[in-house]
Design a protein around this ligand. Sequence first.
Ligand code: G6P
Length: 372
Amino acid sequence: SAAEKGGWSSFMAKEISEEPEAVAKTILGRVEDGLVRIPELAGLDDDTMRAIDRIIIIACGTAAYAGMVGKYAIEQWARVPVDVELAHEFRYREPVLSPNTLVVSISQSGETMDTLMAVKYAREQGARTLSICNTQGATIPRESDAIVYTHAGPEVAVASTKAFVAQITATYLFGLQLGQVRGTLTPEAARELVAELQSVPEKLTDVLANGERIRELAGWMADTRSVLFLGRHVGYPVALEGALKLKELAYIHAEGFAAGELKHGPIALIEPGQVVFVIVPSPRDENSLHAKVVSNIQEIRARGARVIAIAEAGDVAVLPHADEVIRIPLASRFFEPLLAVVPLHIFGMELAAAKGLDVDQPRNLAKSVTVE
Ligand code: G6P
């Protein structure tokens, strides 16, 4: 009903507006003296945390993209190898597991059958299981050894938005605590990262306040047949998420690619007028990924692509190359995806609205898929 939507035009509009809160509430109660301490992880004692020699993240859909972002961060901070696998692929290929393998499931609903079956299987094979879940008392957390809840609040729109940023946040908190326990993060480094994570909600509020331009762009694009998304490092899963939202909500053919992969195939898709979103890494990035992505933009622009860049405030180097620049606040690399994904969520929603579609209930999809 209109009252449940709290004055918003759709549940999705309401839920996107709650992205800052979803991050803030997921952090709440899990930081002590500037360091991460997740009370719910008490069941996995420090010796167990130190003995973990491999992490496999399993999930489906948007949750799997949150897992991909998490992989980059956990490996960086805790120096443990992390694989991300779609739950339904993991379950039926006899993965190699041991008691020192931690299988982390990510699920908004906690009821996705593919993910549940994979968790049960991992347990049967002797792995430890941790559930990152948004729904209190759901089946997947009940089947897991430990639970870290995301506190995004109930998500009603079928396509996931606020749960995605909450899932990344929870995965980061876990990665930070693991890094602290294993000593791969100094307390100073951990404190700096924790402080930056705590600053994300306010930055997200700024991103939402500047949503007008992306709304206008979407409004003009109702006839668009295909949209591509490019990103690199943690921007790559953001590109995948942007494409997924467009498929789910606006029924537009959309693909996300790792920007470095462009010359290995996807560039053949570029023809005059093709719209390409590019998530541009910060120009302050120490691996100069910024320059590499700007050069990708030049390559596709030369072939007629219309480039919409999502770039950090103050990145002037990207200006001459993009047709449109959507600004996000300054953040170090691991915090960029939390900010960059929001314009893409808005874009998917607004483009669907421009096509007159029901953004909360897209055709053929279900909020939680309880069959394999
Ligand atoms: C369905 C939903 C997606 C969601 C996926 C995983 O396909 O339409 O939005 O990302 O399930 O759901 P979960 O509840 O496990 O996060």
